[in-house]
Write a protein that binds this ligand. Sequence first.
Ligand SMILES: Cc1cc2nc3c(=O)[nH]c(=O)nc-3n(C[C@H](O)[C@H](O)[C@H](O)COP(=O)(O)OP(=O)(O)OC[C@H]3O[C@@H](n4cnc5c(N)ncnc54)[C@H](O)[C@@H]3O)c2cc1C
Length: 467
Amino acid sequence: MLGFDPVRRSWVTDALASGPLHRIPPLDGVLVTDDASLQEAADDYGHIVHRRPRAVLRPGSVEDIVKIVRFARRNCLKVAMRGQGHSNYGQAQAFAGIVIDSRTLDTIHHIGSDRATVDAGVTWRKVIEEGAAAGVTPPVLTDYQDLSVGGTLSVGGLGGATQHHGLQVDNVLELTVVTGEGDLVTCSPRRRADLFEVVLAGLGQFAIIVRATIRMIPAPTQARVYNLYYDDIALYTSDQRRLLAEGRFGYLEGQVVPRASDTGWRFMIEAAAYFTPPSAPNDAALLAGLKDNASERVISDTTYVGWQFRIDPVTAFLKAIGVWFFPHPWYSVFVPASKANTYVGNILRTLTEADTGQGPILFYPIATSKIRQALYPLPNEPVAFAFNLLRTAPPNDPATLNAMVAHNRALYDQVVRVGGTRYSIGSIPFSRHDWQQHFRPRWGLLVSSKRRFDPDNVLTPGQAIFT
Ligand SMILES: Cc1cc2nc3c(=O)[nH]c(=O)nc-3n(C[C@H](O)[C@H](O)[C@H](O)COP(=O)(O)OP(=O)(O)OC[C@H]3O[C@@H](n4cnc5c(N)ncnc54)[C@H](O)[C@@H]3O)c2cc1C
């Protein structure tokens, strides 16, 4: 390809072709248009939305991203960065635009005692592995580590340590970004804070993250894991809130799980105490006063790194049987703690395992004060419960898939009525009006930042905020 014809809106391959030609700038990487690359970029973990780009950039340098954003802007083409493509509703896609595949930007530049500087395409798996070798770890990790640093910093990054350290975006010291105008900027809380503040959890709307300096803390070597079972939602949420308030565990999550011999649901606290021998957790103190079914407690030890990679066997199994590649219409929201029992209890009254395709249901508390990012709306209460239906739909069954997506929307309408918010991942059909309501009272910040940093609305159309 030589360039783009902005009138015919097509690539030009022949130097003698008539019509205007905007030449593709010389690149360190490659800009490709082969079918396999375009198909991959028109798909994601959700397999629900498919928007085909015109080209995929595999950048060889940060400068390639600057050049391609400027080129796209000049030619009225949309651009989206794609990390590991684990979105599930087209968020990293760019119809008839250019998708930048961040996987070629995967260098860890530095790991020190309190920070690491990494390219946006580096996966958290790699950060954990190299961090462990240096005795450090990111303070907050998601449940699954094959996600890119740029991908989770664009959405938030929630996990079992959020109770102590906030989201992954709350643990960033500096970013290097390419704005929608094609400017390469380094920003931090002290330098271009206006940009830094909106890029984190900014859903790719203002700039592409190309490099991040993230906080690191000393890594423990071991994790003791506690699975505690409850039949009653009120007892479960009350103990969860107690554990959150007291901060007894390094990791605190929980799930709604099917009953073994019955229809219906029960609840499981999943907590972990981190330690490095010779010190060891005090089980009696950690479990004191809890109202779980004590005879069912499961307590086990593993390594800290092994714990962060705990779902590897599950994902390997799901890949082996093909289910990993089925559609995933996920539902992900935060419910104010005061409404969690009724909201979740009402859903569970009629929900069956078929409704989630046997996908897990996450249900655990966070302290909203720990999350400081401007663009991460949360319920207006000190405690909120993350509630996630990690659904799998059967393949080639659009009726079931559509019903799951419609159910997500209906559940979302209900959660908003009780003061809940969505986590902006997952599959909830959303209009511009919905986004306005979602970000209120920060919608004005979003609009003014878009005008400043991406005035031609080049970036990340798949989020459907400014379309
Ligand atoms: C199995 C699984 C487990 C998960 N577990 C968790 C969890 O425990 N906690 C949690 O918080 N989330 C979790 N998620 C959700 C996940 O964090 C988000 O979907 C995340 O965006 C995926 O990262 P990615 O690299 O695949 O990003 P992509 O899906 O490639 O991109 C996500 C969005 O960010 C944009 N983007 C990507 N890279 C950049 C960049 N460098 N600069 C600017 N914008 C960019 C994209 O354009 C897109 O809009 C999970 C997802 C899956 C599939």
